[in-house]
Design a binder for this molecule. Sequence first.
Ligand code: SAM
Length: 241
Amino acid sequence: MIPEKINEAKFDLLSNDLSVWQGREEWFFNREHTDTYEQWYEGRYKRAEIWQKKILGRYIQKDTRVKTLLEFGCGTTRFTRWWHEIGIEASGGDISPFMLGQGVHLFKGDLVLADSHYMPFKDNTFDSLAFVTTFEYYKDPVQVIREAARVGKHGIVFGMMNKNSPKFYRRRIQEVFGANPFYLTATFYSPKSLIKVIEKALEGRSYEIEWQTTGLPKWFPVQEWSQPYGDFFGLYVKLKD
Ligand SMILES: C[S@@+](CC[C@H](N)C(=O)[O-])C[C@H]1O[C@@H](n2cnc3c(N)ncnc32)[C@H](O)[C@@H]1O
């Protein structure tokens, strides 16, 4: 039998040392939040997820060159598992051992513990790269896009919280009152501001961009559209060179 003290020591070593990432307290390095992350999708968020997947899936399937995909910031693999369901051979990467620790039990494919700013893969290893509600946390977004365009051959798909949404202001107010730990360190983008970053990162490359928003109120006549308003947007960079 393993003495209790050894178990405690091992566990504490990991959780205490890793609660801070890049000098900041991050929710994804806190097991209080990572252990319950998947439950969040099973609740109020379920309807939103269906529409998000519709948009992201359409972009990836439209680019028929894409058979393999690496999803960085894959977390517990919620979307990584789903790429497989729609016929894409996906792998995942994430910086949080706690999120991946959940993912490894839920996903059969390959996972890597790494930082999106330094993807441990050779050039053109995958047909495409995907980022789903993770790009908001990156310190150097230009570098991450350059990494994605280096490791991914044909395209990059983004799924993001939209800055042009009433929820953006609600989240910021919740944070002031300490009620929402999830977005304290996040930078929110709109389709327009993300495109600016992409243009800087991919200067000299040949590509096309498409985007759509969703996350509109239930009563609204459409649930996705090409206007920059809505809680969430999907954007695809189709690399042409
Ligand atoms: C909101 S979660 C999204 C997880 C998953 N993509 C989903 O949609 O359910 C954000 C994820 O980004 C990861 N992340 C944040 N910064 C990262 C970085 N520099 N490199 C890799 N992953 C990162 C976090 O660990 C976390 O799992």
